[in-house]
Ligand binder design. Sequence first.
Ligand code: 26Q
Length: 819
Amino acid sequence: MKAFNKKIFIKQISDNVKNMYRKNLEEASQEELFQAVADAVKNMIMDDWIATQQVMEKDEPKTVYYLSMEFLLGRALGNNLINMTAYAQVKEALEEIGLDLNTIEQQEPDPALGNGGLGRLAACFLDSLASLGYPAYGCGIRYRYGMFKQQIVEGFQVEVPDNWLKNGYPFEMKRPEYCYEVRFGGHVRMEMREDGNMDFIHEDYQAVNAVAYDLPIVGYNNHVVDTLIIWDAQPEVEFSLTSFNEGQYHKAVEESNLARTLVEVLYPNDEHIQGKELRLKQQYFFVSASIQRAIAKYKKHHRSLKQLPKKVVFQMNDTHPTVAVAELMRILIDVEGLSWDEAWKITTQCVAYTNHTIMAEALEKWPIDIFERILPRVYQIVDEINRRFVLDIMDRYPGNEDKIRSMAILYDGQVRMANLAIAAGFSVNGVARLHTEILKNESLKDFYEMFPEKFNNKTNGITQRRFLAHGNPLLADFVTKYCGKGWETDLQKTRKLIAKADDPKVQKEFMEIKRENKKRLAKYILEKTGIEVNVDSIFDVHVKRLHEYKRQLMNILHVMYLYNRLKDNPDMDFVPRTFIFGAKAAAGYRNAKNTIKLINNVADVINHDVSIGGKIKVVFIEDYKVSNAEWIYAAADVSEQISTASKEASGTGNMKFMLNGALTIGTMDGANVEMFEEVGEENMFIFGLSAQEVIGFERNHNYRPGDIYNNDPDVNRVLNQLIDGTYSHGDYELFRSLYNYFLNDRPDNPADRYFILADFRSYIQTQEKVAAYYRNRSAWAKSAIMNVACVGKFSSDRTIQEYVDDIWHLEKIKVRTSL
Ligand code: 26Q
């Protein structure tokens, strides 16, 4: 970016408003002003973006292609300004013409091309890649509709389409010159070539064009601007009604329908899978386009494909893009004319796989008949990969059917995508140490035994630029004051706070900042829900996707328990608490949706009970998303990270709360384990079963939640309140299925499979400790500051540097400013 010139910037905004809307500044709406400002900011980015692409063109550095079905970006305007280090200047310039940057930022649609953790991780990774100066492309899909907007109607979740492109998205750039054909269906005909080799000719297929849209990923203060490519689908032939015979006409209609439906919508399921054909088509669509683009770019500089692994690495974000393995093979063999062995050698040096879950129901499998029908040539290749792989397994373990059962790619009429990713990938990583250990020793044990060298851990991280610099400017200034500048690119710098954590003045300052952030959130809550909350109460926050293993149900049962106690002992000493929830449920996930309804009904009863003097409030924040998340983290006192041990691969929300000085109450799960190691036991509240204990119960089938229900009166009481009408206006049935979750034992779905009752007592006791600790303002402040001080490890900059060192082996690029 050239040096910021306030005058030119202001002029550009008024010119933009004039040219885009035929209005002057006074007439323009806030939305129009947002478009005008965003366009001016894009203009500021452009020189660096061009320069970065030029450096990449000239030096041809090895480049990572981060393949992901999801990028949960959040708003770009404010973040881009932060990373250009122009936020304050732009804010001031806008003030001069009577505009408020905050208000303008809030006009931006929240690009939500992702569900939750995995998608947001991809977005943090891009931010870190650019900020560290690494050559990278994100590759994804330009969904017409992103993650649905959530409305709460009478306590129930209602999904509303997210039409994020309605007014045009100012930061995207269509790149019609990058356009690739992607083929579906049809048949493969084999033809003998003169040299005796086979040609595989794909016929009668449907084709769509993948057209690139680029989004800039602005690095922090380094002039590097990487690119996120999101692929749109377009019909190959714009069909005209007159010029076709019947056959062509049908094909044209079908292809344009396919193009439209392909990118229509993000599947709003996380870790809860239905095998929908369209989803497989989406996967293949963006993977094929991305690989074609990478190879076309490579071939501008090389004639042989042999050096591809020196220039290109594809990181597969979970199994969703795993069809990349077979697609790269297909292109190398069918298009580039390589032999199987040559192609396999290249492919296996170019693809790497990240696993984000151990939960069986989240492992992607496709029925072979569907897979073969949609991708006939790709299927042949998968079949051949499988055939050779099974031979390898038999070679290594003669006569051992179990090994084939667990590791074969094709098994039981299904294509097992994780198995394909592991067989072909040169690297397999988990996302937190505990998670990787469970992969190695439990779920992927056989693979680990066969390929120990592939396995490695990359503990997740988050970007401090969005979640501190942008989301919590007050705390950001506090950190700068005590740690100096530089934490934006080196989060370990917050360690300097350790020496300050005991200082009462610093503690007071911290608590005042927290209080301001609580006021900001309280105002938002009042506007959105009409609920008034006490900013001097503990803000106890549980925000994340709704899933049974994340145990929002345990949290709300604990609220019900506390309310019972307060009703029984109106005069008891009680630290006022505001329980804040935010969560979207997959549209077809019944228990998840019922949990949302329960939270809202509990909120309704408790918030309206004047007899408890407002000591407990319960708030469900509608439409939890990246933009309101930034405010929520900033305002939290307590962070709920209470998944069943062994189930949460890492978690990243946990790290965002820590960064914002919240104290965690959590299980020894995912990255909580490593947070605990960093921050120390005095500054975090751990409870519940260990991962090994959970795995033990699962293995031995000896967990009996019914015994707890029968013997623990507090548990008995809250569970009965699910079916006695207390929270349902007398309706005994509304929450019956949640009640049954605890007690109905079936072989495929054991009672309380997420061990809520096993952990409940220990959760209650630990929450009591939290309350007692909060009374000691100085101790609390110290612990909160220690959380900020010890968060350094959890920067996604650290994570990305590890990916670079151990997997990708990239060199930094240098982009010099034109001025
Ligand atoms: C797959 C097939 C069909 C439909 C949907 C899906 C699907 C979509 C999204 C499956 C899984 C997801 C998302 C998973 C996810 O977000 N996992 C989270 O990843 C985070 C980043 O590593 C971890 O921190 C979380 O622990 C993990 O739950």
